[in-house]
Design a binder for this molecule. Structure first.
Ligand SMILES: [Mg+2]
Length: 149
């Protein structure tokens, strides 16, 4: 079976963590981009929004924190899924993130198998939503052309 790569954007102010995770995700065939701040993440998404499935987003970052960035992602790029990264002490914030639309959260240092599973789940949710939108658009087209009734 051919694996379709998940297009992941990792956002974290800890460069070593980002590089380690990028390397491992590349090794298993995913396509990875990275950003080291909330602003960098949003600037990158502005250009690459059609090339990202899932954002893996650190909560604790200088400047814009993860929750703020999540809000912008939901508003500006609603089809892109987000998985929050949390350290000890910010689990409640991660749950808050899920209430704001994040797909899930991971406790740092993220277990790799766990991350892979959550990435698959997030990509699946995005695919299903895009499919529903395609179907709704197709129905609308049929209706507009007068064929539906
Ligand atoms: Mg951090």
């Amino acid at each position: 079976m051919i694996k379709i790569p998940i297009r992941v954007l990792i956002v974290d102010d800890e460069k070593d963590f980002v590089e380690m995770l990028s390397l491992r995700l590349n090794e298993v065939g995913e396509k990875v981009m990275s950003a080291y701040s909330g602003k960098e993440c949003l600037d990158l998404l502005e250009k690459e929004k059609d090339n990202v499935d899932v954002v893996v987003l650190d909560i604790k970052m200088p400047g814009m924190d993860g929750i703020e960035v999540l809000g912008e992602i939901r508003k500006r790029f609603p089809l892109i899924e987000t998985i929050m990264l949390t350290g000890h002490g910010t689990t409640e914030t991660a749950v808050q993130g899920m209430k704001l639309g994040a797909f899930d959260y991971l406790l740092k240092p993220a277990d790799f198998a766990d991350l892979q599973e959550k990435l698959e789940g997030a990509r699946k949710r995005k695919d299903e939503q895009e499919e529903r939108i395609r179907q709704a658009e197709a129905k609308l087209l049929v209706r507009r052309s007068g064929g539906a009734f």
